[in-house]
Design a protein around this ligand. Sequence first.
Ligand SMILES: [Zn+2]
Length: 57
Amino acid sequence: MTCEECRTALSAEIDGEGTGQGARAVRRHLSACAGCARWLDACWALEGLLDAAEGGR
Ligand SMILES: [Zn+2]
């Protein structure tokens, strides 16, 4: 799995679409790739900011 594939699957997961059958490969990539792990942290932080900005949904 490439970083690009990993991040595409992760952004779907953050959007609540799930990573589907690639989930296991995504986790394996994350544990081996510090770049994607950091990217995911940043995405969750951003998602939290967006939720806060939107108020109660
Ligand atoms: Zn990566």
